[in-house]
Design a binder for this molecule. Structure first.
Ligand code: CAP
Ligand code: MG
Length: 430
């Protein structure tokens, strides 16, 4: 086979990536009869400048763009990529390179992109978050406690009027944020513009009656130009946020929306529906850690990171590493996590959501701390006494946890919490 292929040219254990390189950590499982070196060389080749055979068009000068495998430890392979290989500010192109054809190569049985270290030049080529955690807290004037959100349930099916009414109940019950569900956009039974107008009216009423700042993360997910149009309408109605399903909208759409939100001064709430299609299996696909760092780069202000104890699968290690990656200014790195300097890129507000109810709030705060947004959907709208009581129960659970009082004790004096505990106790939904 010598002469027909040149994959081994992409393996150089003596290579030391420069600070300017992009570094990718892959988990590689070679196909039968393929060594880890050969498999690693193939990944580096196919994700940079190579293909399956030698080429008459290659030149010494073009070799400067070759990716280099520089570390192989068991299945863990580190590859350094010259930054010139990538177009700054173009996330689709970058992923077409490091997360494109390589997943389908016959010489690889399984491949997972575990982490990416982004060099400063690439960090600076993207917008990054506009608000960050401090900027979002300023919207509400809430400095200490976690922010709270709810999604009207059933996920979809309410009319615009019912949706707006649900928002009013949740805000009256003490929650800060109303959020659309990931699959609610502009269906016939709940048109986008009608929902926006009705719900912001209710938001303004709830603010007047409670004296508290309230906001609404309305889902603008759609074709890119339509997302921008919807964001402009939100601005006109006095809104503070857009919500977007970043993975089904795609990175090009998210970048377009992020740019529009810079001009409109709107915060971006990122829902990650679709991620588990390729993040869940630990032997093949891409980690949610990689997705989360891309989201911070592209510039969302809030991102769902999981609950560990709720209804959706996520290990404690994964959730905590994602939280660190999107909130810290520098990640030291460790086992299967690359170091990452974020320089002056703002942090992203972590959102913990999925199967939560008041009984789980203390554990979430113990695990993730206070600088989070807690989203509770079914755990509010399933409350025996309705949404407003459900909202009160969530706030009561947070207040109890922050004061170090057990929920059982706090429930003695707080009927809404007591009724929630009677229904769900401390159960972890599956
Ligand atoms: C939660 C939720 C969110 C999930 C997304 C849902 O509702 O609205 O989409 O949290 O998962 O539709 O399930 P509940 P993640 O509070 O009723 O569970 O946050 O892991 O991205
Ligand atoms: Mg949802």
């Amino acid at each position: 086979m010598v002469g027909e292929q040149w994959y081994s040219d992409f393996v150089d254990r003596g290579y030391e990536p420069s600070d300017e390189d992009l570094v990718a950590l892959f988990r590689i499982e070679p196909a039968e009869g393929v060594s880890i070196e050969e498999a690693a060389g193939r990944v580096a080749s196919e994700s940079s400048i190579g293909t399956w055979t030698t080429l008459t068009t290659m030149s010494e000068e073009k070799r400067r763009l070759m990716a280099r495998v520089y570390e192989i430890e068991g299945p863990w392979v580190k590859i350094g990529y010259p930054v010139e290989l990538f177009e700054g500010g173009n996330m689709p192109q970058i992923l077409s390179s490091i997360a494109g054809n390589v997943f389908g190569m016959k010489a690889i049985r399984n491949l997972r992109l575990e982490d990416v270290r982004w060099p400063r030049e690439m960090l600076e080529s993207f917008a990054g978050p506009q608000f960050g955690i401090d900027g979002v807290r300023k919207i509400f004037g809430v400095k200490e406690r976690p922010l709270t959100a709810t999604v009207p349930k059933p996920k979809v099916g309410m009319s615009s009027e019912e949706h707006a009414r649900a928002g009013y109940e949740a805000w009256k019950g003490g929650l800060d944020l109303l959020k659309d569900d990931e699959n609610l956009t502009g269906q016939r039974f709940n048109q986008f513009e009608r929902r926006a107008r009705k719900t912001f009216e209710m938001r303004d009423l709830a603010e007047r009656e409670t004296g508290e700042r309230k906001s609404y993360m309305i889902n603008v997910t759609a074709e890119a130009k339509e997302m921008v149009r919807r964001a402009e309408l939100i601005k006109e109605l006095g809104g503070e946020y857009v919500m977007v399903d970043i993975l089904t909208a795609g990175w090009a759409g998210v970048q377009t929306l992020r740019d529009a939100c810079e001009d409109l001064g709107l915060a971006v709430h990122a829902h990650r529906a679709f991620h588990a299609a390729f993040t869940r299996k630990k032997e093949h696909g891409m980690s949610m850690l990689v997705v989360a760092k891309i989201a911070r780069l592209v510039g969302v202000d809030q991102l769902h990171i999981g609950t560990v104890i709720g209804k959706l699968e996520a290990s404690r290690r994964e959730v905590l590493s994602i939280q660190e990656a999107i909130t810290s200014s520098k990640v030291e790195g460790g086992e299967r996590i690359l170091p990452q300097e974020w320089w002056d890129i703002k942090p992203v507000f972590p959102v913990s959501s999925g199967g939560l109810h008041p009984g789980l709030v203390p554990e979430i705060l113990d695990m993730l701390g206070r600088d989070i947004i807690i989203q509770v959907g079914g755990g509010v709208w399933g409350h025996p006494d309705g949404g407003e009581a459900g909202a009160r129960a969530v706030r009561q659970a947070i207040d109890a946890a922050l004061q170090g009082i057990s929920l059982d004790e706090y429930a003695e004096e707080h009927p809404e919490l007591k009724r929630a505990m009677e229904k769900w106790g401390y159960t972890r939904p599956t």
